[in-house]
Design a protein around this ligand. Structure first.
Ligand code: FPP
Length: 248
């Protein structure tokens, strides 16, 4: 827990029964259900994604004020290119606009931004906006926010092995440590808690390598409706688990 006075979010978390000494250090999120949220509200799917972005802003702030160190979200998967062209273009535009609009606020709020994925396949202007965001926030010391974009867990493992081979290593160099060190963001600790919204009980190719011992929390809520009470619920569920890491 951060020294000094508890934040307003921490006060509310304490009232909800959260143990601030045992927060997940790294929380990963599959922000699912934007499309269903939109359909249920009689809106276009892209309106759902925009609501999803606003939910992300709120939850990033809540996570930061609660004292979570790392938040990693699934913004666009390597499989998402299969969606209709208009939706793909809409998502790319939304993420680029968000990257540019949020830059100042993220710097001021001490958020450090990282991205993970096959970035070179993204539109050039989006690559630039993301690089700018990473560079401008690289000295920040608060929560580390990682956007997984054009990301796939299998692709990441393949890319790590390719990196090993490109460095001239042979089979004897292929160890768990060597692969871990060549993931897109080797500096991140492994996620303690994985939250998935909108009810699906799947991993969907997200952080496969890193999630070997991650606790999963699934809520029926769609991502645009995921807020502070749901975040507390996820942390409480995590704190009720007994993590054995394969031991007894
Ligand atoms: C899954 O919902 C969501 C996505 C594929 C995109 C997630 C993107 C956002 C929340 C916007 C991100 C914005 C920034 C700035 C990072 P879905 O479309 O699969 O929903 P459905 O399963 O109900 O159709």
């Amino acid at each position: 827990m951060a020294p000094g006075q508890p934040t307003a979010v921490q006060e509310r978390a304490l009232k909800a029964g959260v143990d601030l000494e045992r927060l997940p250090r790294h929380m990963a999120v599959i922000m699912d259900g934007n499309g269903r949220w939109a359909t249920q509200n009689g809106q276009h799917r892209l309106v759902g994604h925009r609501e999803g972005y606003l939910a992300l802003k709120r939850n990033l702030q809540t996570a930061q004020e609660l004292g979570i160190g790392y938040l990693t979200v699934y913004g666009f998967s390597v499989e998402n290119w299969r969606r209709p062209e208009t939706e793909v273009a809409g998502l790319m535009t939304l993420i680029e606009e968000a990257a540019r609009t949020e830059l100042r606020g993220l710097i001021e709020n001490n958020v450090r931004v990282l991205v993970a994925g096959r970035l070179h396949e993204l539109p050039t202007s989006l690559q630039e906006a993301l690089s700018d965001l990473m560079e401008s926030t690289s000295q920040n010391s608060g929560i580390v926010f990682t956007l997984a974009i054009n990301y796939g867990g299998r692709a990441e493992i393949v890319d790590a092995v390719k990196a090993l081979i490109a460095e001239g290593h042979g089979a004897s160099a292929v160890t768990e440590e060597a692969i871990s060190a060549r993931l897109y963001r080797p500096e991140l600790p492994e996620p303690d808690l994985m939250v998935r919204t909108a009810g699906e009980m799947r991993w969907s190719n997200y952080l496969l390598w890193q999630s070997a011992y991650t606790e999963l929390f699934v809520t029926e809520r769609a991502w645009p409706d995921f807020g502070e009470p749901e975040l507390f619920e996820a942390v409480l569920a995590y704190q009720a688990r007994y993590r054995k890491f394969g031991g007894l």
